[in-house]
Design a binder for this molecule. Sequence first.
Ligand SMILES: Nc1ncnc2c1ncn2[C@@H]1O[C@H](COP(=O)(O)OP(=O)(O)OP(=O)(O)O)[C@@H](O)[C@H]1O
Length: 235
Amino acid sequence: MNILEVKGLHKSFGDRQVLSGCSLKVGEGRIIGLLGPSGAGKSTLLRCIAGLLRPEWGTIRLRGEEIRPKDRPRIAYLADHTLLPGGLYVRDACAYYLDLFPTADRERVWREVERHHIPWQRRVRDLSRGEAEQLELLLLLQREAELYLLDEPLGGVDPVTRREILRELMDSMDGTRSILLSTHLVHDMEPVLDEAVFLRHGAVALHAPAEEIRAVHGCSVEEHYLHVFGKEGTV
Ligand SMILES: Nc1ncnc2c1ncn2[C@@H]1O[C@H](COP(=O)(O)OP(=O)(O)OP(=O)(O)O)[C@@H](O)[C@H]1O
């Protein structure tokens, strides 16, 4: 069964229509890359699914059911900016997070922060961008959710650490949870993507398994992306 089904989503800000009939399905155990140029509506779509924005039209279903407030913890959302209070020390920020999301695995949080060498004694606002991104992502991944929405994760993380985290992310996939992530780092993310969604002007221009894109077009997902969006070409 699909974890998520989005159908005919419309969202405008004033007279600017950002999502224009956006439809998408997310199956179980999949990592799906949401790709598209700046302003295509990727963050807006993720925020609608996370329940932070209300679309004017369309439906969003979780395992076939309309999402009720009590279902919200089943979706974990990572924003494109930090939500942890900057004035807190990392140790206290983790405790704060665990209070907010009690389903997170407490032991694993402490272990992972240690393992990733994120300095406990530093304030969140004094972390480097990459350290803050790592901290927020590893906190999010310790939550027990079915769908993880990641808005441009790991953009500020160095390439070696990024690769390591992506490897861990793949290893953590147990067939029950799914990840929908928006990114401009198409080349770096491609190895972990099961599927790619190309979003253009707030609608899905292409949704296919990464393997199929490579087989049909004879090039990588990144190359196909550059072809499609480079010249406003065809999918
Ligand atoms: N709260 C808002 N009020 C007004 N306009 C908004 C708001 N949020 C987003 N927009 C506009 O909607 C459009 C889509 O924004 P969105 O952030 O969804 O794009 P994106 O595909 O995630 O872009 P990027 O890749 O640059 O992050 C943009 O033109 C943006 O200015």
